[in-house]
Design a protein around this ligand. Structure first.
Ligand SMILES: [Zn+2]
Length: 294
């Protein structure tokens, strides 16, 4: 089976520069939102998601209004389910492949070589996690979407083919599942970084990060069953160390997360069931309230 051009998604950790971008206020009544946009406009989709993610810049430039709306609704639903992880998002939007935009997103600085790898036209979406060297990890992150991959709609010939060849989990034939996958990274990064964001939560010093690393390592082989993409990532992890290895081991987690959100339990792999249990233990109701008490 050919998996040509199938490396559609990957995950990068970049250095955090300690700067905070000025967040655009897309709620400006005198600006885009209030200037006669119809109910399905891109600006309204951005606005509705920004309401759920007040700390994030939301920018859906280049998407058709119904697609922007569908993505906004999807991320909104996930943010409601995992509000603490959602609070680490600093950017959700298009522009993947736009070096200038990628180079400075909501306080992240992305170096040249990383920008190059972001420009792969086959990539559907990427979640970037920041690190703050010398201070420790932060969970602050950005979700970047390749608008070109959404030009043919949410279910495209490419997304269906990916499902048919087993590159993505069974039943995940919509590009919205790739959005779920990205949100899986948001949750995974949040856990790996013990919930540290710009404003660490009271519970952010617990050992959930270690527990998550242990989960990813211990179940890596099982994770290969989730999808072809998960298998390829676990294989790649075998050649990597440190944060890069963890980034690859985060892929089966993200794949399992998308399966868990988008498909019935009967379609879940054993790894997905284990991921579900882990989340039930460490993020019951999406909250870290019980961290350190178990
Ligand atoms: Zn991924």
């Amino acid at each position: 089976m050919s998996i040509e051009a199938s490396v559609r998604e990957f995950h990068l950790r970049v250095k955090y520069q300690g700067r905070r971008a000025k967040f655009n206020d897309i709620h400006d009544e005198h600006g885009r939102f209030g200037s006669g946009d119809g109910p399905d406009s891109v600006a309204r989709a951005e606005s509705s998601l920004h309401e759920k993610l007040p700390g994030a810049v939301v920018d859906f430039t280049g998407l058709q209004p119904p697609i922007a709306r569908a993505i906004a609704d999807r991320v909104s639903g996930l943010a409601e389910k995992y509000p603490e992880a959602a609070s680490t998002l600093r950017f959700v939007g298009t522009g993947l492949g736009d070096a200038k935009k990628c180079g400075n997103i909501a306080g992240f600085s992305i170096a040249g070589p990383d920008i190059q790898s972001l420009k792969d036209e086959n990539t559907i979406a990427v979640t970037i996690n920041s690190t703050d060297v010398g201070v420790g990890m932060h969970a602050d992150q950005a979700m970047l979407i390749n608008e070109k991959q959404f030009q043919d709609g949410l279910v495209s010939a490419a997304s269906v083919r990916d499902e048919q060849v087993g590159w993505v989990p069974p039943g995940c034939d919509s590009n919205l599942s790739r959005i779920d996958h990205e949100y899986g990274h948001v949750v995974c990064n949040y856990l790996l970084d013990d919930g540290k964001g710009h404003t660490p939560s009271a519970s952010s010093t617990k050992d959930v990060g270690k527990m998550t690393v242990d989960f990813l390592e211990r179940n890596a082989n099982l994770g290969m069953q989730v999808s072809g993409y998960a298998r390829s990532s676990v294989n790649q992890a075998g050649y990597e160390e440190g944060p890069t290895r963890l980034a690859y081991l985060g892929e089966p987690f993200a794949e399992a997360f998308s399966s868990r959100i988008g498909t019935p339990k009967s379609a879940w792999s054993e790894y997905t069931i284990k991921t579900d249990r882990l989340l039930g233990r460490v993020l019951p109701g999406g909250s870290s309230r019980k961290w350190g008490t178990a």
